[in-house]
Design a binder for this molecule. Structure first.
Ligand SMILES: Cc1cc2nc3c(=O)[nH]c(=O)nc-3n(C[C@H](O)[C@H](O)[C@H](O)COP(=O)(O)OP(=O)(O)OC[C@H]3O[C@@H](n4cnc5c(N)ncnc54)[C@H](O)[C@@H]3O)c2cc1C
Length: 281
């Protein structure tokens, strides 16, 4: 459940991930309140907010970056996702690549799925000036302040870069001093994007490493292999690391297992598999 008002006893949060604690989630079966608490179900009553589309950047035929500006205050953490409504009944989840402290607009990276209803609608119909409806922000995949020296591994495929881009910039902007290693993968170089911006970040921040990886073709300037393969070859021991995994569900599940076997603690692994709508998580 989630505490809406009041202080949740620490014991009721034992074993939860730091991001769940930051969202005021707790285990109802372990909670013996010491004061009045107002509580809700963890994902109760989705709030809907109107937002105006301020810009759409077409990076190529498959990927675009959508900038939207909520009509009122909007609380979120870089790396969380929102539900974007095409109509009252049809919605899909999109991760936020923007950072509250750095960006005025919310930013989403959208890949056109062949025959996809909502991604097709975004590409073919949504335009600057339109009003769209989004949900509040959800998800546990975000940067948690506090352990500024901890090393962080960020692995993503395709638009799985969106939350990782937000998390990396949020961490750097918060003065994170540990290593931040971001591996972005695609079958070929066409599926990789924001390389210049990420290269610039790496040039400015010595603790930030960016590796664009291609798995099915070799190309100059890219690392050969999946992001997981390249990352584990470079950092085989992940003891003490925090890990973020986003994008293709098969990659995310394989990486969850492999990074755990390489030493990352299970409560230090945060994952957002981009499951198609209607798929149980
Ligand atoms: C937590 C979360 C975060 C997400 N973040 C992003 C994001 O930042 N950017 C982004 O582009 N997408 C993201 N997605 C995926 C997104 O929510 C939609 O599933 C995707 O845009 C396809 O929706 P659609 O309506 O276009 O396709 P649909 O009409 O739902 O599906 C059309 C066909 O494509 C298949 N399909 C649907 N989704 C996928 C997929 N992801 N890969 C392969 N085949 C698929 C379906 O099975 C169906 O056969 C995220 C998903 C989750 C769960």
């Amino acid at each position: 459940m989630r505490v809406v008002r009041g202080e949740v006893p620490e014991r009721a949060q034992n074993g939860l991930t730091p991001t769940m604690v930051a969202r005021n989630l707790f285990l109802a079966c372990q909670c013996f309140p010491t004061q009045d608490l107002e509580v809700a179900l963890a994902d109760d009553a989705i709030e809907r907010i109107e937002a105006s589309v301020s810009e759409i950047e077409r990076l190529n035929d498959e990927i675009c970056i959508v900038h939207i500006r909520p009509s009122g205050p909007f609380e979120y953490r870089a790396g969380q996702f929102v539900r974007l409504f095409m109509d009252a009944r049809t919605s899909r989840n999109y991760s936020l690549a923007s950072v509250p402290a750095l960006d005025e607009d919310l930013m989403m990276h959208v890949r056109r799925v062949p025959g996809g209803r909502v991604s097709g609608w975004i590409f073919d119909h949504v335009k600057p000036g339109d009003t769209v409806t989004i949900s509040e922000a959800f998800g546990d995949c975000f940067y948690v302040r506090g352990r500024v020296g901890q090393d962080m591994l960020l692995l993503g495929t395709g638009c799985g870069l969106a939350p990782l881009y937000g998390i990396a910039r949020d961490a750097l902007n918060s003065g994170h001093r540990g290593r931040i290693h971001l591996y972005h993968g695609s079958r070929d170089a066409c599926g990789l994007y924001l390389g210049e911006q990420l290269g610039r970040l790496a040039a400015v921040h010595p603790n930030f490493l960016y590796r664009p990886c291609v798995s099915e073709a070799s190309a100059d300037g890219y690392w050969a292999g999946t992001p997981l393969e390249v990352a584990l070859a470079e950092s085989p021991d992940l003891t003490g690391w925090r890990v973020y995994l986003c994008g293709n569900p098969q990659m995310v599940e394989a990486a969850r297992m492999q990074t755990f076997l390489a030493g990352a603690g299970s409560t230090e692994i945060f994952a957002d598999p981009f499951l198609p709508s209607g798929t149980a998580p």
